[in-house]
Ligand binder design. Structure first.
Ligand code: PLP
Length: 422
């Protein structure tokens, strides 16, 4: 009998053979049929140190037996306090820039973005400028699949059905090589119109195609926003927790955003949690004796204690171990193999930022709606890999425990895919 489960981003009807995974450890997934896969994309960009990391698993078990869940409106618990302080201590900081000092919890990257947008509009509303509500976005961005997050993302087939629900935004061209100034000029002109905020994926657009842009452009974007009093929102949902080679990508540009969304690797990838960090002025705009100004946002599981305990364990790993050293070694291992792969005639546009790498397969049927990506996915599955290309863009975002042998196996499969589909 067909399964009643409705999977995300899955073409039911065409993709019926959905593998069942029974256990995982490190970079490996073990399937019900006895096969083992190397997880080349950290199970949708969340797993950082490795699957079932023992300290995180133990923290979850301890917390589940101590305090599982608590209403977070008007109550608090130790793990939430500890993680908030840890996030503030680890957040990007720079001289003469505001400090991220407040943490609002939610449970996914999309909700962290929704909260960021609501904070930005709440800030202007509570300061008596409710007309200041326009959001600026970067072309080809992806910020999640809830309504607000879709509104600030690129429009396409994946959200066309819901376009009546989406609000209008100002779109700034992507700073592709050679057109950085066009992007910055467009941002400057749009900021002069007094929008509420600019939201951006720092240094690399993820789901939009793993498109990299330079740190000096990000720095200039933040400076333009600052000059015009436009709030600068960094979506570090994908880039956070070391993916780009630093804990947060904004660090590479010396930028402190007014609002920052984090999720995915915040628990090492074990359990859902997200956070939206904000500076003092954003918080203060909602701190008032006037009840109309409080921040009207919550969900049942805000700051779930088990998830916070996992995040606390993750932060402890970051503080006690040389995680960045591991990422640097992985980055170097990827770089040498990517340079070799780039010589394959079927591949073009190799790019890498930290432990994220991408390359385009030059194939005749490479459009987003073609069946190339599902065919590649099936090919990689056969080769013992979990990879999920974006159209003809094949990318890697592995857990940091991936070893050289596993990296070799991934790149051997990429060469074979080039031979077969290029
Ligand atoms: N923002 C960015 C940059 C992302 O890459 C993603 C997910 O991939 C999201 C937001 C949404 O996160 P989630 O899938 O946890 O809702």
């Amino acid at each position: 009998m067909a399964s009643p489960v409705w999977h995300p981003f899955t073409q039911h009807g065409l993709e019926e053979a959905i593998p069942q995974v029974v256990s995982a450890e490190g970079a490996l997934l073990h399937l019900a049929d006895g096969r083992t896969l190397i997880d080349g994309i950290s199970s949708w960009w969340v797993t950082t140190h490795g699957h079932c990391e023992p300290r995180i698993a133990a923290a979850i078990a301890r917390q589940a037996a101590t305090l599982d869940q608590l209403i977070f409106a008007g109550y608090t618990h130790g793990p939430a306090e500890e993680v908030a302080q840890g996030l503030i201590d680890l957040a990007p900081r720079a001289p003469s820039q505001p400090t991220l000092a407040h943490v609002f919890y939610s449970d996914s990257g999309s909700t962290a973005v929704e909260v960021a947008l609501k904070m930005a509009l709440g800030y202007w509303h509570n300061r008596g400028e409710p007309d200041r509500h326009r959001i600026l976005v970067l072309q080809r961005s992806y910020h999640g699949d809830t309504i607000g997050a879709m509104s600030v993302g690129e429009r396409g087939v994946y959200n066309a059905a819901w376009s009546p629900l989406l609000f209008d935004v100002g779109t700034i061209p992507f700073p592709a090589p050679g057109s950085e100034q066009t992007c910055l000029d467009a941002l400057e002109a749009a900021c002069a119109q007094k929008p509420a905020a600019f939201i951006v994926e720092p240094l690399i657009l993820g789901a939009g195609g793993m498109l990299v842009y330079p740190a000096h452009v990000l720095r200039e974007m933040a400076a333009i926003c600052r000059r015009h009093g436009v709030l600068f929102i960094a979506d570090e949902v994908m880039t956070g927790w070391g993916r780009t080679g630093t804990l947060f990508a904004c660090e590479q540009a010396g930028v402190v955003p007014d609002i920052m969304a984090v999720a995915k690797g915040i628990t090492g990838g074990a359990i859902p949690l997200a956070a939206t960090l904000a500076t003092g002025p954003i918080f203060d705009a909602h701190r008032s004796t006037d009840r109309a100004k409080l921040f009207y946002h919550s969900s049942s599981y805000t700051a779930n204690a088990i998830a916070c305990a996992a995040a606390a364990a993750n932060i402890a790993i970051w503080c006690e171990e040389d995680v960045l050293g591991r990422i640097a070694a992985l980055t170097a291992g990827i770089a040498s193999r990517l340079a070799d792969l780039a010589r394959h005639p079927a591949y073009a546009n190799p790019r890498q930022l930290g432990a994220i790498a991408a390359i385009d397969l030059v194939a005749p049927d490479a459009g987003y709606l073609s069946d190339l990506a599902p065919r590649l996915r099936a090919f990689f599955l056969e080769k013992g890999l979990l990879l999920r290309p974006l159209g003809n863009t094949i990318y890697l975002m592995p857990p940091y425990c991936l070893d050289a042998g596993q990296l070799d196996a991934i790149f051997a499969a990429l060469h074979a895919a080039g031979d077969r589909y290029g």
